[in-house]
Design a protein around this ligand. Structure first.
Ligand SMILES: Cc1cc2nc3c(=O)[nH]c(=O)nc-3n(C[C@H](O)[C@H](O)[C@H](O)COP(=O)(O)OP(=O)(O)OC[C@H]3O[C@@H](n4cnc5c(N)ncnc54)[C@H](O)[C@@H]3O)c2cc1C
Length: 499
């Protein structure tokens, strides 16, 4: 009897935890099963030299009063005990493209003004850009937390419009085309595929206002877990789901690596859909469904260096710094292993004492899984000297590139460690360590869409592969997934009624 639940959630990433909060509040008896010893998925952090490093959440957008994430955080009690630091409103992201710096300020009016300063002859194109982005956002009801009357199946031009084609259509100025699309690293943009609505939503999210979480991102996972436990839910850690038993197109049992069996009326997988298919025996589900989930194209993976600095040597920057060695900011589309690294995204942690200097910072860029694939089958922490040497060599190359802009990095690094595509694959279960899960493709909007409902009667998906990645996308995915049980509009009403 004790192993019976209303809803079993596989994976305690942000999507799994948010779904757990919503459903446990609505009276569901919820169980979350997590394979790692730490909950949170991309919200996990680690400690080195007495410093906390967050692994997959460096800044969040639209957190000013009245904005979308602000409303969602109130609903999920994420202002309770967690501090957020507002980034520089005159330039929360700085882009260095071909040697010139461009700042992105908060707000579209300020953005227009700034772009007109950089490109005084391009006011018509800048207006056209901002108008189209704002028009696109207005079509996306769920992002505005408006009642759901839209169906994704009703493909409209916003799903099929290509970001890069749109930007090229409004100006011939090649530098402006690059600057307008410079934020594409945070959605792993691909020139030939990235839909305009993704570009619009992500830009709008960060340009509305951007914040850093003060301290580790684990606080967010812990705060959500506390609520689930208070509502009578249960979280099992360090125990991977290994098999979903299916009879007559429904899951009858969830089996885990320690030999336990759990029974749930409904199962929500917070794990990548392709990885979820590996948990189901062959022939127990429709071949076409499995093939479709396995075929999904994924966004490129990442390489990160986590750095500890000597005290008082690196001034805290209240912005992210995005460096592009060349002229083209679409790094995932132009990735060349022989030229790596050609880009980095640098973020610092907010000094705990409110002081002038930070003692941790991170450098993040793309990396192809194929570069580390040769070590994939070896056990974690036993991948040998070659792998360690590869990580160190790549980390040093990335640090060297950053040292060009930040010479104080040169002699003041106490310690560093690196994450590769294997790290993301091992810790998140995303195929090939994909950074943001499945790719949205404007050439195939229906084929690259994944619904919360699946072809298995009581199996649902949630997380970054549904809808959109990132803190905003995953929060909205949780609402859509839980909406299948308790009604999306009723959850949206509660969020909008929250004071
Ligand atoms: C390097 C990096 C930087 C990022 N920076 C930002 C940022 O600054 N801002 C932002 O908004 N977003 C950022 N993102 C994106 C954001 O972190 C993700 O979109 C989001 O956290 C994904 O949440 P999720 O719930 O989909 O799943 P995940 O975080 O992927 O969690 C999936 C969970 O499932 C578990 N699991 C897998 N298999 C099993 C199994 N068999 N049994 C049990 N459990 C299992 C995993 O261990 C994991 O805990 C970043 C991502 C990366 C990789």
């Amino acid at each position: 009897m004790t192993n019976k639940y209303d809803t079993i959630i596989i994976g305690s990433g942000l999507g799994g935890l948010l779904s757990g909060v919503i459903l446990s509040r609505k009276g569901h008896k919820v169980l979350i099963i997590e394979k790692n010893h730490q909950i949170g998925g991309s919200l996990q952090s680690f400690r080195r030299k007495n410093c906390d490093f967050s692994t997959g959440m460096h800044y969040v957008g639209s957190l000013d009063e009245g904005q979308t994430l602000n409303k969602l955080f109130k609903y999920f009690n994420l202002f309770d005990g967690i501090k957020y630091h507002r980034l520089d409103e005159t330039g929360f992201d700085i882009f260095n493209i071909g040697g010139k710096e461009y700042k992105f300020p908060f707000g579209f009016d300020n953005f227009k003004k700034k772009m007109n300063e950089y490109f005084p002859d391009e006011s018509e194109a800048i207006d056209a850009y901002v108008n189209e982005i704002q028009r696109t956002i207005k079509t996306q009801d769920i992002y505005l937390l408006k009642n759901q009357n839209q169906k994704i199946e009703n493909i409209n031009k916003y799903l099929t419009l290509n970001t890069w084609d749109f930007v090229k259509s409004i100006t011939d100025n090649q530098r402006l085309q690059q600057v307008l699309t410079a934020l594409n690293f945070v959605y792993a943009g691909e020139k030939s595929k990235s839909p305009l609505y993704i570009h619009a939503l992500v830009n709008n999210h960060f340009m509305s206002s951007s914040y850093r979480i003060v301290g580790s991102t684990t606080q967010v996972a812990d705060k959500l877990a506390d609520q689930i436990l208070k509502n009578g839910g249960k979280i099992v850690k360090n125990n991977a789901v290994k098999n979903l038993v299916i009879e007559n197109d429904s899951i009858t049992a969830v089996e885990t690596c320690d030999g336990s069996t759990f029974i749930g009326k409904n199962i929500i997988s917070n794990v990548h859909p392709a990885t979820t298919m590996d948990l189901i025996a062959k022939d127990s589900i429709k071949k076409s469904f499995r093939a479709r989930m396995k075929r999904k194209e994924n966004t490129i993976s990442a390489f990160a260096v986590h750095i500890v600095m000597k005290e008082n040597t690196f001034k805290y920057r209240n912005h992210n710094y995005n460096f592009y060695k060349g002229e083209d900011v679409w790094y995932a589309s132009n990735y060349d292993s022989n030229k790596w690294p050609e880009h980095y995204f640098m973020h610092c942690s907010v000094p705990k004492d409110g002081g002038e200097y930070t003692n941790t910072l991170g450098l993040l860029t793309h990396m192809l899984y194929e570069e580390v694939e040769q070590w994939a089958e070896l056990p974690i922490n036993k991948r040998g000297k070659d792998y360690k040497d590869f990580k160190t060599k790549k980390a040093k190359e990335l640090i060297e590139l950053a040292t060009l802009q930040f010479p104080e990095l040169k002699d003041n690094i106490i310690d560093f460690t690196a994450s590769t595509p294997l790290t993301y694959k091992d810790y998140l279960g995303s195929p090939k360590g994909s950074m943001y899960g499945t790719m949205r493709d404007c050439n195939n909007p229906v084929g690259s869409y994944i619904s919360p409902r699946t072809k298995v009667n009581n199996l649902y998906f949630t997380g970054q592969n549904i809808n959109l990645h990132g803190i905003l996308g995953v929060s909205l995915s949780a609402i859509l997934t839980c909406g299948e049980f308790v009604g999306t509009n009723s959850i949206l009403k509660e969020i909008n009624d929250e004071k």
